[in-house]
Design a protein around this ligand. Structure first.
Ligand code: ADP
Ligand code: VHF
Length: 397
C-alpha cells in the first residue's frame, strides 16, 4: 500500500463509524452515512483526451458539501491510464501491460494532484491510497489497510484510492475499479456506494439499443438475470456495466446500498439532501453488514484450492447455514494445507469460501477411501466450520 497526503486536517465527521441500515430507495442520504464514491475514467476525461478539470472541480465541491453535512467520504478515482496517455502521445488506450503501467505511472501523479488542488480549494484534505491485490488478499495487509482508512477518516481526510497500476500484473491485478470500490466499501464499512459513470445507471440493455429502458431499483441479484450487461464499456473504461452490477451485488450482500448513476447527475444526486427518484439505479442491500473477516474471506482473499460438494451439502451450507462436513465433499482441486482459504463449489457453481481444516491430501484420502468402500481416516472435524465460512452472492453475468 502506498499513501501520501497533504498537510493539515480540518477535522470533520470521521471517528468510529456505526454502520446504518439503508432499506428501500431512501428519499435522502441518511444523516451520517459513510459514502464511497467511485468515478470511472469515462467520466473524468474530455472527448479530446486529457483530464476533465471542470468535472473534477464540480465533484470536489460536492464532496466538500457532503463533508459539511456530516458524511465521511472515500473517493475511488479511475483515470490514471487516461491521464497518462496525452503526455505520452498515446492516441488509444494501450493494451500491452508495460504500456498501461507506463501510462498509469505518468497519469496517477497528475490525477491525484488535480484532486488535491480541487479539494484543497474547498478546504478538504486529501490522501492518496494506492492498493495492490496483496494489500487486500493477505489477511494481515487487509487489516493494516483498514486501520489506515480508519485513521484517515477519523482525521477528516478524504482518501483518493486507485489500484497501484504501475506494479499490478495481469495475473494479480484487482480487476477493475468497480470491484476495488466494492472492496473499499467493505474495508470502511460504507453505508452507500456510488458508482459514477457515463450513462444514467443500469439499463435493460446498453442505452441506445432499441427497446432498452432504465432500471431504477434492484432488489436481489435475481432481478439482474433479464438484464443484458454484455456490451463492452466505453473506449477508456474497463469493465462496462457488468462490473458495476457485480460490484453492486458484492456491496449489497454486505449491507452497503449502491447507486449507479451518471457523473453528469452528480450535483442532483449529492448536492441536495434529497435523492431524486428518477435518477440512476438503486441497488438495495440484500444482507446485513458483516464482520470484516468474513468479507475478506469472501471477496478479497485468493483461494488456494477448491472443495467440490454435492447438492445436499450445498443446501446445508447455504439454506441450512451449517458447517461443511466430510460426507458432502466429492472432489478437491489444488494443493493446499489445512488452514488455507478454499472456494466451496456446489453443482451450480461457487457457493462460499472458507478456511479448510484439512489439507487437500487429507481430503483426497477420504474421497479415495469412500470410492473404494474401505474405511477411511478417522476424521471428525468439519471441513469448513460455520464460523470460518462466508457465503457468496450470485453475481450478474
Ligand atoms: N445494460 C447496460 N446498461 C447501461 N450501460 C451499459 C449496459 N451494457 C453496457 N453498458 C455500457 O457500460 C458503459 C459504462 O462502463 P465503463 O465504460 O466501464 O465506464 P466507467 O469508465 O465509468 O467505469 C456505458 O457507457 C454503456 O455503454
Ligand atoms: N486503475 C485504472 C482504472 C481501471 C478501471 O477500472 O477503470 P474504469 O472502468 O474507468 O473505472 C486507471 O486509473 O486508469
Amino acid at each position: 500500500m502506498t499513501t501520501t497526503g497533504t498537510a493539515t486536517a480540518p477535522g470533520g465527521p470521521g471517528g468510529a463509524h456505526r454502520p446504518l441500515e439503508v432499506p428501500g430507495r431512501p428519499a435522502s442520504l441518511p444523516p451520517g452515512a459513510r459514502v464511497v464514491l467511485k468515478v470511472g475514467s469515462s467520466s473524468l476525461t474530455r472527448a479530446d483526451g486529457g483530464l476533465d478539470l471542470n468535472r473534477i472541480d464540480i465533484l470536489a465541491g460536492l464532496i466538500a458539501r457532503m463533508r459539511q453535512r456530516g458524511h465521511d467520504v472515500v473517493l475511488v478515482s479511475s483515470g490514471a491510464v487516461a491521464a497518462g496517455m496525452v503526455p505520452l502521445g498515446m492516441e488509444d488506450r494501450p493494451t500491452e501491460l508495460r504500456l498501461l503501467q507506463a501510462a498509469a505511472s505518468v497519469g496517477q501523479g497528475n490525477l491525484v494532484a488535480r484532486w488535491q488542488t480541487a479539494m484543497s480549494a474547498y478546504g478538504v484534505v486529501t490522501a492518496q491510497v494506492l492498493l495492490t491485490v496483496q494489500d487486500v488478499a493477505v489477511r494481515s495487509h487487509y487489516r493494516t489497510v483498514r486501520a489506515t482508512f480508519d485513521a484517515l477518516l477519523s482525521l477528516g481526510a478524504v482518501p483518493v484510492v486507485n489500484e497501484n497500476d504501475a506494479v499490478a500484473t495481469t495475473e494479480f491485478s484487482l480487476g477493475d475499479n468497480d470491484h476495488l470500490a466494492a472492496l473499499v466499501s467493505h474495508l470502511v464499512t460504507a453505508d452507500v456506494l456510488v458508482l459514477f459513470t457515463d450513462v444514467d445507471g443500469l439499463w435493460t440493455a446498453r442505452p441506445g439499443t432499441p427497446g432498452a429502458v432504465p432500471v431504477r431499483h434492484v432488489v436481489g441479484s435475481g432481478q439482474l438475470a433479464s438484464v443484458d450487461v454484455s456490451a463492452r464499456g466505453s473506449a477508456l473504461g474497463t469493465g462496462g456495466m457488468r462490473s458495476k452490477a457485480q460490484a453492486a451485488t458484492i456491496a449489497c450482500a454486505s449491507g452497503t446500498a449502491t447507486i449507479v448513476a451518471a457523473a453528469n447527475d452528480a450535483a442532483r444526486l449529492l448536492g441536495e439532501t434529497t435523492i431524486p427518484q428518477d435518477l440512476g439505479t438503486w441497488f438495495e442491500p440484500t444482507g446485513p453488514h458483516r464482520p470484516s473477516r468474513r468479507l475478506w474471506m469472501a471477496y478479497a482473499s485468493i483461494p488456494e484450492g477448491r472443495v467440490v460438494i454435492d447438492a445436499g451439502a450445498a443446501r446445508a451450507v447455504t439454506v441450512g447455514k451449517k458447517s461443511l462436513l466430510l460426507p458432502g465433499v466429492t472432489a478437491v482441486a489444488g494443493d493446499f494445507e489445512s488452514g488455507s482459504v478454499v472456494e466451496v463449489v456446489g453443482p451450480q457453481g461457487p457457493v462460499a469460501r472458507g478456511i479448510c481444516r484439512y489439507s487437500a491430501a487429507e481430503l483426497e484420502e477420504v474421497i479415495e477411501a469412500r470410492a473404494h468402500r474401505r474405511p477411511g481416516p478417522d476424521h471428525v472435524a468439519p471441513v469448513v466450520h460455520r464460523d470460518d465460512l462466508a457465503e457468496l452472492p450470485r453475481t450478474a453475468g
